[in-house]
Design a protein around this ligand. Structure first.
Ligand code: AKG
Length: 256
């Protein structure tokens, strides 16, 4: 059971992240690990990288959809972001062993730095499905980096499919299998290479306020009338209407 009180909320707001402890037991982990193996043909990066990245999992996995919509992490997301929560994104990330070329490293970035939401009111919960260590590419987080707002991201030199922000000081976050960390969409984070002979597997799920819109790199909403699914609470129709009005005003009509 996740306990998030005023002290934890204060830490999250100050540091931009909060380890929230164990959210998956061994059986749940085994089910999600088996799901990842089943879905691996959907890998977005193929053999060009030491990473396996699979997303939009709710379309192909009831186990992941159940986790995203009903997992223990929702109590933390509610305490840290608010009672009305929409699911916006989820992803398996596997670091294959022996990625000595550096091709499994994920450079520092903010989730709001690419995969931008408007407004950027969101939270990512990242859960280790296997033990994660500095040797196999655990998460690195830059404390308080969310306080500076969204920073510039460039195409990564190590992997053109990724974006990277300028390097800043980070802390490694080694997590046991089943343990999770929550961080804001503006918190800089990344992870190193897997220098072991065993795969490192993680799953992240990102929640946002219901009226947030996913934006294209050109600054247009991917879908003008919302893109995410409610998982807790209800959407405010007032906030929804003003988001629609904003995007109707900003998006040219077809043919113009
Ligand atoms: O799993 C990792 O190592 C980091 C994943 C991540 O930060 C992301 O894809 O946004």
């Amino acid at each position: 059971m996740i306990e998030i009180g005023p002290a934890e909320i204060e830490t999250y707001r100050r540091e931009g992240f909060l380890p929230i402890g164990e959210i998956l037991d061994a059986d749940e982990r085994a089910e999600l690990l088996a799901t990842e193996r089943r879905l691996r043909p959907r890998d977005r990066y193929g053999s060009s990288s030491g990473l396996v990245v699979i997303d939009q999992l709710e379309h192909v996995s009831a186990a992941v959809r159940r986790f995203c919509c009903d997992g223990q992490q929702l109590d933390a997301a509610e305490a840290l972001l608010g009672p009305d929560l929409a699911l916006t994104h989820n992803q398996f990330i596997v670091k294959l062993p022996d990625a000595a070329s550096g091709s499994s490293d994920i450079p520092l970035h903010q989730d709001d730095g690419y995969g931008t939401l408007d407004p950027p009111d969101d939270i990512t919960v990242w859960v280790a499905l296997t033990d994660t260590t500095t040797e196999n590419g655990c998460l690195h987080i830059a404390p308080r980096s969310h306080l500076g707002g969204i920073v510039e991201h460039k195409v990564s030199t190590s992997n053109p499919a990724l974006r990277e922000a300028e390097t800043v000081d980070t802390v490694p976050l080694e997590l046991a299998a089943g343990d999770a960390v929550a961080f804001t969409g503006m918190t800089l984070h990344g992870s190193g290479e897997n220098r072991t002979s065993v795969e490192r597997v993680a799953l992240f799920v990102r929640y946002c306020v219901p009226h947030a819109r996913m934006m294209t790199e050109g600054g247009k909403p991917v879908l003008a009338d919302g893109h995410s699914w409610m998982v807790r609470g209800e959407a405010s129709m007032e906030a929804w209407r003003s988001a629609n009005e904003k995007f109707t005003a900003e998006t040219p009509e077809p043919g113009r």
